[in-house]
Design a protein around this ligand. Structure first.
Ligand code: GLU
Length: 321
C-alpha cells in the first residue's frame, strides 16, 4: 500500500519553518566551488526579486559542506559579486561549515528514533547487488544475525517508507515522486564523515525560517527527499519554485565544472538586463542605460513569477540575442 503524503505527517521535534502569519523569508544558497556564473546569477536574481516583491527577507547561505570540491576564495568572491550586482542580503551570511554540531544533533535524533541507520556497504557491494536503488541491506531489521563493528566507517541513511511525495511547484506545476522505489533509503551523512546536502539544507532552511525557495531546476529532483526529511522532522515544507537552468550547446548545465563564463562583475547592468530577459520579465530597452539600483527596483516592481518560462532548460545562446 502506498501512502500518498501531502505534507501531513507532523512530528513536533523541530520548530516548523513558518506559521500562517510569517513574512516571506527566501534565500540564495550557493556552493563555493567557483565564482558566480550566469546560471547562478539567475537563481540569485529570481530568489531576490521574488523575496523583495513580497516585502520579504532575502538571506544568503554559503553551502561549504564539501571541502574537496571547494575553491579557495570562491565564497568571498561570490559575496563580492552579489554586492557589485546590488543584491543586498539581510542579516549575516550563514556558513554550513560552522553548523556541524547542529547537523550531528539532528542526525543523532533520527538514529535514536530509528528513522536513520548506519550503512557499511561499499559502492561496489551495492552495485554488485544490481538493485535500482539502495536495497536496504543495512537496515536494522536486516542486521539481526550480523556482527557489526561500530568503529568501522559507515554512512548514515534515512529509512524511506513506501511513500509518494506530491507537491506543487509554483513554476513547474504539480510534481510527484515515489520515494521508496525511485530513490530508496538515502545518505544523510557520508562514509567520509561529510554531512549530505539533503540533510544540511533542510535543517538550515528550517532554522533560518525560510518559507519560500526559488532555485534552479536541477534541484527539483532533490525536493521530494527534502520534503520527506521535513516530514520526519516535523517541519512545514516551504513553497518551492524551480526556475529553468541555463545549458550550453551540449545541453550541459552551466556550472563551474563546464567552464561556464563567469559573469563580468564590472558590467553588472548588462548581465542583470539579460537575466531579467531570460526570466521572462520583459525589461524595457531604456533600462539598459540605468544603474544596478534602478534596474533592481524596476525588477522588484514588475516581478511576475508566472512569467518565468515554465521550462526546465534555457539555451545559453539566448544570452547572445
Ligand atoms: N548549494 C546548492 C547549489 O549551489 C543549492 C542548494 C539549494 O538552493 O537548495 O547547487
Amino acid at each position: 500500500l502506498v501512502q500518498r503524503q501531502h505534507f501531513c505527517a507532523q512530528r513536533p521535534s523541530l520548530k516548523p519553518a513558518m506559521s500562517g502569519t510569517s513574512t516571506y523569508i527566501g534565500r540564495f544558497a550557493p556552493s563555493p566551488t567557483g565564482s558566480l556564473h550566469f546560471g547562478s546569477l539567475l537563481a540569485a536574481l529570481a530568489s531576490y526579486l521574488d523575496a523583495r516583491a513580497h516585502h520579504g527577507q532575502w538571506l544568503v547561505r554559503m553551502e561549504d559542506l564539501d571541502p574537496p570540491r571547494e575553491v579557495k576564495g570562491a565564497a568571498d568572491q561570490i559575496l563580492q559579486t552579489l554586492e557589485q550586482f546590488g543584491l543586498e542580503w539581510d542579516g549575516a551570511v550563514w556558513y554550513q561549515s560552522r553548523r556541524h554540531d547542529r547537523y550531528q544533533q539532528v542526525l543523532q535524533q533520527l538514529i535514536d528514533q530509528h528513522q536513520a541507520y548506519r550503512c557499511y556497504c561499499s559502492r561496489q557491494q551495492i552495485s554488485l547487488r544490481h538493485s535500482p536503488v539502495y536495497d536496504g541491506y543495512c537496515r536494522p531489521s536486516n542486521q539481526i544475525n550480523r556482527t557489526l563493528d561500530p568503529n568501522q566507517p559507515a554512512a548514515t541513511r534515512l529509512q524511506v517508507d513506501e511513500t509518494t511525495i506530491v507537491f506543487d511547484d509554483a513554476i513547474q506545476g504539480q510534481q510527484q515522486q515515489r520515494l521508496d522505489t525511485e530513490v530508496g533509503d538515502f545518505v544523510i551523512r557520508r562514509k567520509d564523515g561529510l554531512y549530505a546536502y539533503q540533510l544540511a539544507v533542510v535543517i538550515d532552511d528550517a532554522d533560518q525560517g525560510v518559507n519560500q525557495i526559488v532555485r534552479g531546476y536541477d534541484l527539483l529532483s532533490s525536493t521530494s527527499r527534502q520534503i520527506y526529511l521535513q516530514q520526519r522532522l516535523g517541519i512545514t515544507p516551504p513553497q518551492y519554485s524551480h526556475i529553468p537552468i541555463l545549458v550550453n550547446s551540449q545541453g550541459q548545465k552551466l556550472s563551474k565544472q563546464t567552464y561556464a563564463s563567469a559573469i563580468d562583475p564590472n558590467q553588472p547592468t548588462a548581465s542583470l538586463f539579460q537575466a531579467l530577459r531570460l526570466l521572462g520579465q520583459n525589461p524595457p530597452q531604456h533600462l539598459r542605460a540605468t544603474s544596478t539600483r534602478e534596474m533592481l527596483d524596476w525588477g522588484v516592481q514588475h516581478w511576475q513569477l508566472h512569467q518565468v518560462p515554465r521550462q526546465t532548460h534555457l539555451a545559453e545562446s539566448l544570452l547572445e540575442l
